[in-house]
Design a binder for this molecule. Structure first.
Ligand SMILES: N[C@@H](CCC(=O)N[C@@H](CS)C(=O)NCC(=O)O)C(=O)O
Length: 287
């Protein structure tokens, strides 16, 4: 569990907040995961939007709350929690009605969620090539300098190495772009992971048995993003396709995953261009 220590947090005011507060961004997959969870559990929460597209996550204020500069961040009664899967786990035990992690299965679920989190950079790789065009350098030098300079830089009192991983991702994306090799590798990883889910769904209605759990929430969000990027879900993984759509259409999910019409149009135009050039996710990822 990643609960920050008081010294990791420089924006001290949050340490006095009562109740459930979520810092999040509308279009962020990890934020969507937590919001869907909150909807399904019917938990009341206070809304703190952070605009990733303008670099608000690298502001002094936000890096003072989450030294990793990522969303989501939960402040629960003055305790600051980062990492979406840890946030779900914490909230499920704090609000014990309608459990979404079956009792006694916490360890097994943690393993599955860990595997899903390991694919997060692959999701980002695919997103940045196959949603709307992001320009040559998706994060400016100035933005990245802010990221380097601000915040405590520590998580649980230790220098945070994940910040270096983030910096490396954005610097590589700026210097050489998101390469075909990177897309190919990430698409391959997802294909393998989704094949495993395909097998699981042969034997059960949901990913972890016959009731919906946090694992379904996490994977619906990922699959939703992949399918928006042009991943051929129905062709490669028909069971996953059959599981995905009914969940995706439930209001608790639908509400959090809408794309504004103007952005959707830009994505559609981009896909049309990629299709003409033979450079879609299916082409580059050899799916
Ligand atoms: N493992 C983290 C990943 C969080 C993460 O990478 N969040 C993304 C949005 S989905 C983010 O904040 N990106 C920063 C950016 O795009 O500048 C979690 O599950 O919370």
């Amino acid at each position: 569990m990643v609960q920050l220590l008081k010294n990791d947090v420089l924006t001290k005011e949050v340490l006095d907040w009562a109740g459930t507060h979520l810092f999040h961004f509308e279009a962020s997959s990890c934020s969507q995961k937590v919001r869907v969870f909150l909807n399904l559990k019917r938990i009341e929460w206070e809304d703190h939007p952070i605009d990733l597209s303008s670099g608000e996550n690298y502001s002094e204020y936000y890096l003072g709350i989450n030294p990793r500069g990522l969303v989501p961040t939960l402040v629960q009664d003055g305790e600051v929690h980062i990492e979406s899967n840890d946030i779900l786990t914490l909230l499920d035990s704090h609000f014990s009605d309608n459990k979404l992690i079956p009792l006694g299965m916490e360890k097994k679920m943690a393993e599955f969620l860990h595997h899903e989190d390991d694919l997060h950079m692959d999701l980002r790789t695919i997103t940045f090539r196959f949603t709307q065009p992001r320009g040559k350098a998706p994060r400016s030098k100035e933005t990245l300098q802010n990221y380097r300079d601000r915040g405590s830089g520590t998580v649980r009192g230790q220098k945070d190495r994940k910040k270096d991983v983030e910096l490396k991702f954005w610097e590589t994306a700026g210097n050489i772009g998101i390469t075909d090799e990177a897309v190919h590798r990430s698409a391959g990883r997802f294909k393998e992971a989704l094949n495993t889910l395909e097998d699981r769904l042969e034997h059960s209605k949901y990913l972890f048995g016959d009731n919906i759990t946090v694992l379904d929430i996490a994977w619906v969000v990922y699959v939703n993003r992949l399918s928006r990027c042009g991943y051929p879900l129905e062709r490669l993984h028909p069971n996953v396709d059959g599981w995905f759509w009914p969940l995706r259409k439930r209001p608790e999910f639908e509400r959090e995953m809408q794309v504004p019409a103007d952005i959707q149009k830009v994505i559609n135009d981009h896909h049309a261009l990629l299709k003409r050039a033979g450079r879609t996710l299916v082409d580059v990822g050899e799916l």
